[in-house]
Design a protein around this ligand. Structure first.
Ligand code: NAG
Ligand code: NAG
Ligand code: CA
Length: 277
């Protein structure tokens, strides 16, 4: 009823507001990218624009705080426009690092489209920035599956983290927590408790191997006993056979520092080994 009244009002005010036909009522002119990397203190300016197909332009507005999984309605930002809206922050602060969406909505036809945008600071995984301090291991609060995480460390000229003793595992955990507490990307994007590390048993079930050197962990892990969590590794199959594969890759828990074997296709943050200081 409200929608109808709005249409009638728009019809009277603007002369026309066509009935919905098969054609979409608007066309997106400027779609923001899915990720924008910005430094703290820089200006953020993101345009989202659409125009009406033979009718008045749609309403365009921005919503903040929708979580990294994009599963909350979030809060609408005050700026909105007809046909165009700009997400603008003069000087980006840590609180602006967040998931946003641009919403394009035609009130007459009910056509609506949402475009998600994650605003992040550069990882700068191993640098002493954002109050993280000097670290041996650098956490990346980006979500990648295990294979992509291994590759991203290589692309950065690093290798994925793999401690070779309980002492190193404790350092790894401490470095993850330091980053978690102060890296601007962490608070908004780290809903996961697990981070990928470089151990797998893809070649032979139960033979945990370094993805970096292909050595067996049993041959070089100092205490001889890997820091698996209780009952792990369990090589559990996916729920209801949803995932046909086994659990062949390892992650570390950011609370306990214990390891668990899991599914390669899961998207998680991950940790790279930094170059020696
Ligand atoms: C974001 O949403 C959460 C609820 O998930 C809420 O607790 C928090 O206050 C919101 N933050 C802002 C800045 O609005
Ligand atoms: C991992 O992610 C990459 C890049 O998005 C994709 O190409 C690949 O298929 C994914 N692998 C798995 C096992 O999900
Ligand atoms: Ca497991």
């Amino acid at each position: 009823m409200l929608k109808f009244l709005f249409c009638v009002a728009a019809l009277l005010a603007l002369g026309y507001c066509k009935a919905k036909n098969t054609k979409k009522s608007f066309e997106i002119l400027r779609a923001p990218p899915s990720e924008i990397v910005v430094e703290l203190g820089e200006t953020l300016s993101v345009v989202c624009a659409a125009h009406g197909n033979d009718m008045i332009d749609p309403v365009v507005y921005w919503v903040k705080n929708i979580t990294a999984k994009h599963d909350r309605p979030g809060e609408r930002i005050r700026v909105s426009g007809i046909g165009k809206s700009i997400l603008y922050v003069e000087k980006v602060e840590a609180k602006d690092i967040d998931s946003y969406k641009c919403v394009i909505e035609d009130k007459c036809t009910g056509d609506k489209e949402e475009i998600w945008v994650d605003v992040v600071v550069p990882d700068r995984t191993c640098e002493d920035v954002y109050g993280v301090g000097p670290v041996v291991y650098g956490a990346s609060w980006h979500y990648k599956n295990w294979t992509a995480a291994v590759q991203d460390c290589l692309d950065k000229g690093l290798e994925i983290a793999l401690p070779s003793s309980d002492e190193e595992n404790a350092v790894l955990l401490a470095n993850i927590l330091k980053s978690y507490d102060s890296h601007p990307n962490a608070q908004k994007f780290a809903h996961e408790n697990w981070l990928w590390i470089g151990a797998h048993d893809m070649n032979h079930e139960g033979q945990w191997t370094s993805v970096v050197t292909e050595e067996l962990l049993a041959d070089f892990y100092a205490e001889g006993k890997l820091p698996w969590g209780k009952g792990q590794p369990d090589n559990r199959l996916g729920p209801n056979d949803k995932f046909p594969e086994d659990q062949d890759v390892a992650g570390i828990h950011r609370g306990s520092g214990k390891w668990d074997d899991s599914f390669e296709h899961y998207n998680r943050p991950y940790v790279c080994l930094c170059p020696p200081q």
